[in-house]
Design a binder for this molecule. Structure first.
Ligand SMILES: *Cc1c(COP(=O)(O)O)cnc(C)c1O
Length: 377
C-alpha cells in the first residue's frame, strides 16, 4: 500500500489553483518588455497598501530587505539598539545587523509566541531606538501595549508581517499599526510569489520617499544618488503574479482558518497543546503549531506515514552559532527555550482537504495512545 504524501507546505498547489490567471499575468509582462519597476509593481504597491490599510507601499527584493530598509529609513544613528524576539526566523535579527543596528532579544508570551511586552523595560537603555514585533505564525502581537511602550520611550515600531498577511488585531489588519511594516512574499508565505519578494508599508510620505530612494542606489531623480542606497527591487513578473494571488488571499486565509479549526477539534483532549487565537485576534495560520513533549520520535513516525512536518524554529536565535554569546537578551528566555523543544508545525496550506487533515490527526492521536503520552505542559 502506498500512502499519498502530505507535504508540510505546497507552493505548487497554489500556482495550480490559479494557473490560468498566473500564466496570463506572466505572458502579459513578458510581452510588454518592461521588467523592473514598471506598472505591475506600482499597481501591486497600491493594491497591497490599500488591502492592509496603509498609505504607501514600496516593493523590494525580500522580506529581509524590507526590514533592513525600513530600519535604515528611520535613521536610528550609531549604536542604535532594536528590541525583538529570539523565537523567530533568523531574518528578523539578520536584518537588524544588516541595517547597522544592534539586536536585543526578549522572551515570548508562550500562548501566542509573540513578544512579551512586560520584558521591554528590562532591556531598555538610552540607545534603544525601535521595537520589531513579529506576528509569528499569523497571530498578531499585543499591539496596544507595544504602541504604548513605544510612545512612552520614543521608539519606532516596525512590524514584521512576513507571516501575517491579512491577520487582524482588534479588527484592523496588522501592518497598519507601526511606523512601518515589512512583508515577505517568499513562496510559502500566505501571499507568496514564485521567487523572492517583499514590501514595506508606511503612512508617512517622507519615509516612503526615502524608501523609494533607498531601494535603488539612493536615486531621488534619474541617476542622482541623494543617499547611499541598495539594489533591492521587486520585479514586474513577481508583482504581476502577486496581484493575482492578492485577489485570492482572503479566500486562502479563510481556508487555512477552517482547516486549523478542524485540526483543533480533532486534537481536543489529546497529548498535544493546540494553538491559541485570542478573542481580539484573527489568526492567519501561516503555520499550525502544536506542542508535544517527545517530538523527534513522533516526527519520524509521521514521516513513515508519508506526512511531513517541520520545526519553526528549532534553536532560538540567541543560541545559534552565528549569534551565541554575542547578543544581549532578557534575563529569562525560558518560554523561548521551552518552545524550541516542543513545537511542531503540521501540514498547512489552503489546498489541503478535510480528509487529509483527518488523516494527520488520526496518526497524531494514534501516537498519543500507543505511547501513553501525557498532555504536554
Ligand atoms: C520569511 C520571514 C522573513 C524574511 O523574509 P524573506 O523574504 O525570506 O527575506 C522575516 N521574518 C519572518 C518572521 C519570516 O517568516
Amino acid at each position: 500500500m502506498t500512502l499519498e504524501p502530505i507535504p508540510q507546505s505546497d507552493p505548487r498547489a497554489s500556482y495550480l489553483a490559479h494557473k490560468q490567471e498566473i500564466d496570463e499575468a506572466i505572458a502579459r509582462v513578458l510581452d510588454r518588455g518592461s521588467y523592473i519597476l514598471g506598472e505591475e509593481v506600482s499597481a501591486f504597491e497600491r493594491e497591497f497598501a490599500s488591502y492592509i490599510g496603509a498609505a504607501h507601499g514600496i516593493g523590494v527584493a525580500s522580506g529581509t530587505d524590507a526590514l533592513m530598509l525600513a530600519l535604515r529609513a528611520c535613521d536610528l544613528g550609531a549604536d542604535a539598539e532594536v528590541i525583538t524576539v529570539s523565537h523567530t526566523a533568523v531574518a528578523s535579527i539578520a536584518a537588524i545587523e544588516l541595517a547597522g543596528a544592534i539586536p536585543v532579544l526578549v522572551d515570548i508570551d508562550p500562548q501566542t509566541y509573540t513578544l512579551d511586552v512586560s520584558q521591554i523595560e528590562q532591556v531598555l537603555t538610552p540607545r534603544t531606538r525601535a521595537i520589531i514585533p513579529v506576528h509569528l505564525y499569523g497571530h498578531p502581537a499585543a499591539m496596544d501595549a507595544i504602541l504604548e511602550m513605544a510612545k512612552r520611550y520614543h521608539l519606532r515600531v516596525i512590524e514584521d508581517c512576513a507571516q501575517s498577511h491579512g491577520a487582524q488585531y482588534q479588527r484592523r489588519k496588522v501592518g497598519s499599526f507601526g511606523d512601518l511594516a515589512a512583508f515577505s512574499f517568499y513562496p510559502t508565505k500566505n501571499l507568496g510569489a514564485i521567487g523572492d519578494g517583499g514590501m514595506i508599508l508606511c503612512n508617512d510620505p517622507a519615509l516612503a520617499d526615502r524608501l523609494r530612494a533607498l531601494r535603488q542606489y539612493g536615486w531621488q531623480s534619474a541617476r542622482i544618488s541623494t543617499l547611499p542606497g541598495a539594489n533591492s527591487r521587486l520585479d514586474e513578473l513577481q508583482a504581476a503574479i502577486l496581484r493575482v494571488k492578492l485577489r485570492h488571499l482572503d479566500q486562502d486565509n479563510l481556508q487555512r482558518h477552517q482547516l486549523a479549526q478542524l485540526y483543533t477539534k480533532l486534537l481536543e483532549q489529546s497529548c498535544y497543546a493546540t494553538p491559541t487565537e485570542l478573542t481580539d485576534a484573527r489568526h492567519t495560520y501561516h503555520q499550525y503549531v502544536v506542542r508535544v513533549s517527545d517530538r523527534a520520535p513522533l516526527q519520524a513516525f509521521l514521516t513513515q506515514q508519508a506526512i511531513t512536518t517541520a520545526v519553526h524554529y528549532p534553536v532560538p536565535i540567541h543560541l545559534q552559532p552565528a549569534y551565541r554569546n554575542r547578543l544581549r537578551t532578557a534575563v529569562s528566555m525560558q518560554h523561548t527555550e521551552r518552545a524550541a523543544q516542543q513545537i511542531l508545525s503540521l501540514p498547512m496550506y489552503p489546498q489541503l482537504t478535510d480528509s487529509q487533515i483527518e488523516r494527520v490527526a488520526h496518526y497524531l492521536r494514534f501516537w498519543c495512545e500507543s505511547n501513553s503520552s501525557s498532555p504536554v505542559t
